[in-house]
Structure formats: C-alpha cells, structure tokens
Design a protein around this ligand. Structure first.
Ligand code: PLP
Length: 323
C-alpha cells in the first residue's frame, strides 16, 4: 500500500488476540494496538480531528498558532499534524513528562513551555491550564482544550469505535478502555453502543485520580487518570469502573512485552490488568477488547527501569501475583 502523506497513516490500527496472559477458562481477550499510529499513540487521531474541525470552524487560519496542555501523547500527535499543516505549536508540559516524550515533541518541531507549580498531590494540571490561558490570551492562539472539547470523543466515535465494530461485528461483549480526558472512552462508548446491542464498557482509571469520585493521591501512570473531572466524562455511558494501581499497571506492561511480545505503555498495562480480571469471571465464549493507547519505547527510563521503580517505591512482584 502506498500512501500520499504521513497523516493518512493515522488510524486503522490492528487488533491482536492475547494468547499467554488470559486464563484458559475465562473469556477471550483481544487488544487494539494504538501505538502503531505514526506518532505512537491514539492521540494522533484526536489531534488530526481537533485540527481539521478547528480549520472548518474558522478557529485556525493558515500559519496560525495552537497552544495545548498535554502529558505527552496529544502533544506529539498535535506536533505531527501541526507541522504537516504548517501551524506553530506550543505545548505546555510539566516535570512528570517522560524525557523521551519531551525529545519527540521537540524533534517534530514544536515549542515547549514547562510549568513547575504542583498541587499538594504532586499534580500540575491546574498550573498547566493557567499557563495555556495566559498564552492563548497573549497570542490569539487556538486552544484544542482536550478535556472539554466534544471533538475529542468525536474523533474516536468516528474512527476507533468504527474500526472495532468492523472487526468484531456484533460479537464483542466488553470494551475495556483507559480514561484520562475521557475522549477515548466516551467516543468509543458512544460509537460501540450505537452499533453493538448489549456491549458493556469498563472504564479504567488510576488509583489517585479524582475522575470518578475517589480521593486524589500520588500516581505515576501517565495519560490515565485526572486531577480534575474532565468535561468529556460521561459516567452514564460506562457500565463499570475499575481503579488500577501503578504497580498493577506497570507489572502488566512488563508481562505484555515478556509473554506476548507487545511493548506498550503503562496505561496499556492498566487496561490489560483490568481486562484479565474481567475475563476471569466471564464465560469462555465471550470476547473482551482492551484498547492499548500507546507504545512502550517511550517508557524505557521509567516503567521499564528497575531503578526508576525503586526510586519511586513501586513494588511490582506483589501486584503480578494478584492478577
Ligand atoms: C498513554 C495514555 N493512555 C491513556 C490516555 C487517556 O486517553 P483520553 O485522554 O482520551 O481519556 C492518554 C491520554 O493522553 C494517554 O496518553
């Protein structure tokens, strides 16, 4: 297949069956590998759709500037799309960003602004949003506002959910989806429930995230979880909610690369941890799909580093036993 440009590579990611991790008596578990998007995550889809809708609405004109707050993946997606379409991009990031992501964003030609004021739980979201507002005011820039922009879930309703339906038809029982801004889960829930009668959605959140009313706490998972309740959260669309700890997420990410040959990120580990637990209580004829948001090569120095885990007091063995 020959493509005209890199943006045409966004989407149409593969679905793979897990063979080693699931228990033989439970449901079958499949994963959708969003890390195979050209920028390395499902946020490429979001970035492309947010920018094209802003163009259509006249919020972004040729040569214009985009400012966004991102933990890394939306920034990378926006950097890829913005450069291809000739826009200036300023990403507001925080010290929790992986150094690899920071280098990727800069390699794509985007500018970065680092905030340094954390709240009492070590979260920087408030500081990042304040900085974005200031820059948008100064520069007259377009702010995609991924936490509240309905085009964030819409990107996934139109593409990710559609691809899942095309692959499984009506023979999918559960989708297990990590929640950060809730763009991925809300869009997929809407799209899948439109097409597949009776499908159930499991939201996967990080322990320490406030999205579903749990107390705020320290967490090292990137992308999954939030320090504020996102405007794109639609609780009524999610049938179950599960909270996964850092150790559970990271130990599952390590098992995925060791046992299934899938080098994926920590939120992918969280999604698979939740999917395996769910599959154990379902009949063997049922099918569970976990969406894995990004690839793992961004996390060599963090979740795949024993030193980094030890420094942050995260013990993997205990949680690996719990799966
Ligand atoms: C690695 C990773 N996982 C999960 C998510 C959550 O996706 P969403 O923001 O659409 O809820 C993100 C979002 O940035 C992410 O980067």
């Amino acid at each position: 297949m020959i493509y005209d440009n890199v943006l045409q590579l966004i989407g149409d990611t593969p679905i793979v069956k897990l063979n080693s991790l699931p228990e033989p008596h439970g449901a079958q578990v499949f994963i959708k590998l969003e890390g195979l998007n050209p920028g390395g995550s499902m946020k490429d889809r979001t970035a492309l759709y947010l920018i094209s809708q802003a163009e259509a609405a006249g919020q972004l004109r040729p040569g214009g500037t985009i400012v966004e707050s991102s933990s890394g993946n939306l920034a990378i997606g926006l950097a890829l799309v913005a450069r291809q379409k000739g826009y200036r991009l300023i990403c507001v990031v925080d010290p929790k960003i992986s150094p690899v992501n920071l280098s990727i964003i800069q390699a794509y030609g985007a500018e970065t602004v680092m905030v340094d004021q954390a709240d009492e739980h070590g979260n920087y979201l408030r500081a990042r949003l304040d900085k974005v507002q200031a820059l948008v005011g100064q520069l007259g820039a377009f702010w995609p506002n991924q936490y509240n922009n309905p085009n964030n879930p819409e990107a996934h309703r139109r593409t990710t959910a559609q691809e899942i339906y095309e692959a499984f038809g009506e023979k999918l029982h559960w989708a297990v989806i990590p929640a950060g801004t809730c763009g991925l889960i809300t869009g997929c829930s809407l799209g899948l429930k439109e097409h597949i009668p009776g499908i159930k959605i499991m939201a996967v959140d990080a322990v320490g995230s406030v999205t579903f009313g749990m107390p705020a706490g320290v967490r090292y998972q990137i992308g999954i979880g939030s320090a504020v309740v996102p405007g794109n959260m639609r609780r009524e669309l999610y049938d179950e909610i599960t909270h996964v700890s850092d150790a559970e997420a990271f130990s599952t990410a390590r098992r995925l690369v060791n046992e299934e040959g899938l080098l994926v990120g920590g939120s992918a580990g969280a999604a698979v941890f939740a999917a395996l637990k769910l599959a154990r209580r379902l009949p063997a004829a049922e099918k569970v799909l976990a969406i894995l948001p990004d690839r793992g090569d961004r996390y060599y120095n963090t979740i795949f580093s024993d030193e980094w885990l030890e420094k942050n007091g995260i013990e993997l063995e205990k949680s690996a036993v719990k799966i």
